[in-house]
Write a protein that binds this ligand. Structure first.
Ligand SMILES: *Cc1c(COP(=O)(O)O)cnc(C)c1O
Length: 435
């Protein structure tokens, strides 16, 4: 592609991004490179690879050619400079934060969080000496009052799972940047097809590829995408991990050594330190499955959104339903923000409150037939769950309330079946609930 070539569309990137036909076999599909290690050309080649004097394959905990295609494709879809795949979304979140936030330091997070992320932040990070400080995503100005000299980043979800609140990306990013802090955003629920956080000022984008990106409920995986926009080198004292000598690479200064290749110290440091030392690498088979899913992401997501909108409108008019939480509905508290940031659709996750509270909710969930009762989102299949007794059961009632989980809340991840069949199933289950 010449420099003047028109950038490719998201559909083309989803199908082709990061791939050339396999140079050894001419295979058109991305091969699964089931290998732990790679033969060195010479002792000098080996030494150069280990010393980062040359880039190349060493060992599949650090890099693998199948994963490499996935990483390049995800970076291209988000307009990032580089990406790194992980064994799970939780591994990606952990790496994204712990690359820049260490014992004795703190970071600032929105309260609307996926349940696993909440316990990671409040319990596991706490036990490691890392403090989380919460702000209400409806009030980004709270961030300012939480910053001190040990604050390292600001974290939020592009749409709260399951609260479905749509944050003001630009306001959060501007406040963080005024305080010289990078902005991390978990974009799992939106995917680059609905929202590209880097365009709204986010520096680092995080995914659980387990969900819509993989899209078929067949593997666990995660990824981090680096925009390469955050100016680490402007503040070398504050970011010694990139701007100071690295003891495990003979004192190499990552920021300087990598500068000719761009501002990629963060993502390279994550690969060569965090992934090398903690080992939560995605398997090449999972990378292959993720790539298969990605090839239809631009087709699936519009169908997910259309179906979710139809289901939301059906539920809103249903007598057994007390309220519906879907940002695509005019009645939603964040509808205006959704229209501004999500012009192509408000995603596939909706919540509703059933008349008759928790007991009716239980009967509803036990009565669905087409929909599956399980703990996942983003499958091609329609899924339902009761968050208060499952995904968010480890949270206190107050914490549940701040994450948007009330006792009567039922979460639906609307699939890509025919909308009328999804609606018929929900309708019969609502009747069976006795609500
Ligand atoms: C599922 C999920 C995660 C965790 O991802 P895993 O792949 O299950 O580890 C993180 N964030 C959000 C928003 C999720 O939905």
């Amino acid at each position: 592609m010449s420099d003047e070539a028109k950038p490719q569309g998201l559909g083309t990137l989803a199908v082709h991004g990061g791939q050339v036909p396999d140079p050894t076999t001419n295979a058109r599909a991305v091969p699964i490179y089931a290998t732990t290690s790679y033969v060195f050309d010479s002792t000098e080649h080996a030494a150069n690879l280990f010393g980062l004097a040359e880039f190349g394959n060493i060992y599949s905990r650090l890099m693998n050619p199948t994963n490499d295609v996935l990483e390049k494709r995800l970076a291209a879809l988000d307009g990032g400079a580089g990406a790194l795949s992980f064994a799970s979304g939780m591994a990606a979140i952990t790496a994204a934060i712990q690359t820049i936030c260490h014992a004795g330091q703190n970071f600032i997070s929105a309260t609307s969080l996926y349940g696993g992320t909440w316990t990671l932040f409040t319990q596991t990070f706490k036990s490691m000496g890392i403090e989380v400080r919460f702000f209400d995503p409806d009030h980004p100005e709270q961030i300012e009052g939480l910053v001190d000299e040990n604050t390292r980043c600001v974290y939020f979800e592009s749409i709260g799972n399951p609260k479905n609140d749509v944050p003001d990306f630009r306001a959060i990013a501007d406040i963080a940047h005024r305080n010289k802090l990078p902005v991390l955003c978990d974009n799992t629920v939106m995917t680059p097809m609905l929202l590209r956080p880097i365009e709204h000022g986010v520096d680092i984008v995080i995914y659980s590829t387990t969900k819509f990106i993989g899209g078929h409920g067949v593997h666990i995986g995660g990824a981090v995408v680096d925009s390469a926009n955050f100016p680490w080198a402007d503040d070398p004292e504050r970011w010694p991990e990139f701007c100071g000598p690295s003891p495990s690479y003979h004192g190499a200064v990552f920021e300087e050594a990598l500068r000719p290749m761009g501002n990629i110290a963060y993502i390279m440091h994550m690969r060569t330190h965090w992934l090398r030392d903690t080992g939560a690498a995605m398997s090449p088979f999972a990378a292959f499955l993720t790539l298969q899913g990605l090839e239809t992401l631009h087709l699936r997501i519009p169908r997910h959104c259309e179906n979710a909108q139809e289901v939301a409108e059906f539920l809103e008019a249903h007598e057994a339903v007390e309220w519906v939480n879907y940002p695509g509905l005019a009645s939603h508290s964040h509808h205006a923000t959704a229209e501004r940031y999500l012009p192509n659709g408000a995603g596939a996750i909706l919540g509703f409150g059933i008349r008759g509270g928790e007991a009716a909710g239980k009967r509803f969930i036990e009565s669905v037939e087409l929909a599956s009762h399980l703990a996942n989102i983003g499958d091609a299949k329609t899924l339902v769950i009761h968050p208060a007794s499952t995904t968010h059961s480890q949270l206190s009632p107050e914490e549940q309330a701040s994450a948007g989980v009330s006792p009567e809340y039922i979460r639906v991840s609307v699939g890509i079946e025919d909308a009328e069949d999804i609606i018929a199933d929900l309708d019969q289950a609502l009747r069976a609930s006795g609500a």
